[in-house]
Ligand binder design. Structure first.
Ligand SMILES: Cc1ncc(COP(=O)(O)O)c(C=O)c1O
Length: 502
């Protein structure tokens, strides 16, 4: 064990130093077949050109080796089931087991989207009930569950915005986006073909309504507003913001990925939002699972209904549910079938298990937890915006940077203390941002451990910043080339042989 590992660091670390990744040695196998009791067949005759003669260097391992290999690899990872995952903006909350039990029920797990509507009424009822719950929670009139992620919801939403303006014969050119926005917002607006105009936040970290007033005109299709924003601050002037937009025919699109701070308390439909997306894989506890499958439903006000993605779930005159494909103004389909059904089941299980009071409590706990951390770390880390925090709190590395330890170093050191890092360097308006979101899942004991770890790291920076600058010291590999990992990912092992040309 490294001399820089702390006592707590042993919590998630595999003690087997020196294990190697490659296990193969010639002649080993994880299988054994009984002697042949039927006539032998010439495989090459059966398969013809499709026979793969050269298996190259496929690994040769025994059963126990392969089991240990994968089990060991699984223990080198970090998960919400192991400890707190304070990634700000990601809302990495616990995925309750009841969700998994329900989603694995035979009739649900084995239903097929090509089944006729007549024998899919149960699945359609789940989609309908979830849609009703989400429209109630958001205060909006209708919803599509098709989009497969938050960013996909944004794309769907802005296509709806475009369809709305086109239908009025007045296409518009620009989308206003505050400088505190999530990076997916400008990317989405650009994909839909809009020019992006930046809105500067004021010193409280919210939209400056006088700037908005000055920038709003009839070329602007919409404002994309995250609320609470990525500083974890509620846009208190949201009514005024909506009035300014609506006065000139612009729409208010709300990035509702941070609804964890609002559910059961306020409804975007009541404060002037025209359309918004939700992240079921954040607010409604469905797994993020290695980038997917997610779900980013888009809730809308009535006037946008004709443009919703096709098909739309409807109640038929005979009382059954079914899909309506005859939607001439629809923006079209945005996802195969009707979205990620398994996620709908989990989100609905979460909503029904909590009920209205439980959901409200969840929101209160998420906000309380973020503020508990804020209080525990205020003064130790710089807090650039003093506005009240909602579900997350954003510090900066200003104090520690003087000793040469930046947000990334502090986050990496957190790994040695047995925690997943917080979000680094985002939002962009905070230089050296440290964005922390505990969610409602965490107990006071876990929050105290986290606060202690962060306090201890700040102390280390004072005493020996090098320990922090070179962290983590307790992991299999230390600092990776994160850019190469994102840009040129190697997602599976490949045997070293040439695939024979057909
Ligand atoms: C505020 C905000 N908007 C949008 C997104 C994008 O969601 P997704 O990652 O599902 O595409 C996120 C993701 O964390 C987010 O935090």
């Amino acid at each position: 064990m490294s001399k820089h590992m702390t006592r707590k660091a042993t919590r998630h670390v595999n003690q087997n130093e020196g294990l190697i990744f490659e296990k193969s040695s010639p002649g080993k196998a994880a299988w054994k077949l009984p002697p042949l009791d039927v006539p032998d067949v010439d495989v090459s005759k059966l398969l013809g050109k499709s026979e793969r003669k050269n298996l190259g260097s496929m690994p040769e391992v025994s059963e126990i080796e392969i089991i240990r290999h994968f089990t060991r690899l699984s223990t080198w990872n970090y998960a919400i089931d192991l400890g707190m995952y304070p990634l700000g903006s990601c809302t990495m909350k616990y995925n309750p087991r009841v969700n998994e039990v329900v989603s694995r029920l035979d009739g649900i797990a084995n239903g097929h989207p090509y089944q006729p509507e007549k024998i899919s009424q149960g699945a359609l009822r789940i989609i309908k009930t979830l849609s009703d719950c989400l429209t109630e929670i958001t205060g909006m009139d209708a919803i599509t569950l098709q989009p497969a992620a938050g960013a996909h919801g944004e794309l769907t939403g802005l296509l709806l915005v475009r369809a709305h303006h086109d239908s009025k014969g007045k296409p518009r050119k620009k989308v206003l986006i505050p400088d505190s926005a999530h990076g997916t917002n400008p990317a989405t607006a650009a994909m839909v073909g809009y020019a992006i105009e930046n809105l500067k936040s004021n010193s409280s970290g919210i939209v400056d309504t006088s700037m908005l007033e000055a920038q709003m005109n009839e070329d602007v299709a919409a404002l994309m507003l995250t609320n609470p924003n990525t500083l974890g601050v509620f846009e208190q002037e949201i009514h005024k913001i909506a009035d300014i937009m609506h006065a000139k025919g612009g729409l208010v699109y709300m990035d509702g990925a941070n609804m964890n701070a609002l559910v059961g308390k306020v409804r975007p439909g009541d404060f002037g939002v025209d359309l918004m997306h939700l992240n079921l894989h954040k607010t409604f506890s469905t797994p993020h699972g290695g980038g997917g499958p997610g779900s980013g439903p888009v809730a809308i006000n009535k006037f946008l209904e004709p443009f919703l993605p096709r098909p739309v779930l409807i109640s038929k005159p005979d009382g059954t549910l079914g899909f309506d494909y005859d939607r001439p103004q629809s923006i079209g389909r945005v996802r195969s079938f009707y979205g990620n059904f398994g996620m709908f089941v989990r989100a609905l299980a979460y909503i029904l298990a909590n009920g209205p009071d439980g959901l409200r409590q969840t929101t209160e706990d998420a906000v309380l937890n973020a503020n508990y951390i804020r209080k525990g770390l205020e003064g130790i880390y710089d807090l650039p915006y003093q506005s009240p925090s909602m579900h997350e709190v954003v510090f900066s590395d200003k104090l520690q940077a003087k000793k040469g330890a930046r947000t990334m170093d502090l986050a990496k050191r957190l790994i040695d203390y047995g925690f997943h890092p917080y979000t680094t360097a985002f939002p962009l308006i905070v230089p050296g941002a440290m964005m922390i979101e505990p969610t409602e899942s965490e107990s006071k004991e876990e929050l105290d451990l986290f606060i202690e770890a962060m306090q201890s790291i700040a102390q280390e920076v004072e005493e020996d910043a090098e320990v922090v600058r070179t962290a983590p010291h307790s992991t299999r590999v230390s600092r990776l080339d994160e850019t190469a990992a994102a840009r040129k990912p190697i997602l599976r092992w490949k045997p070293e042989f040439e695939t024979p040309k057909p």
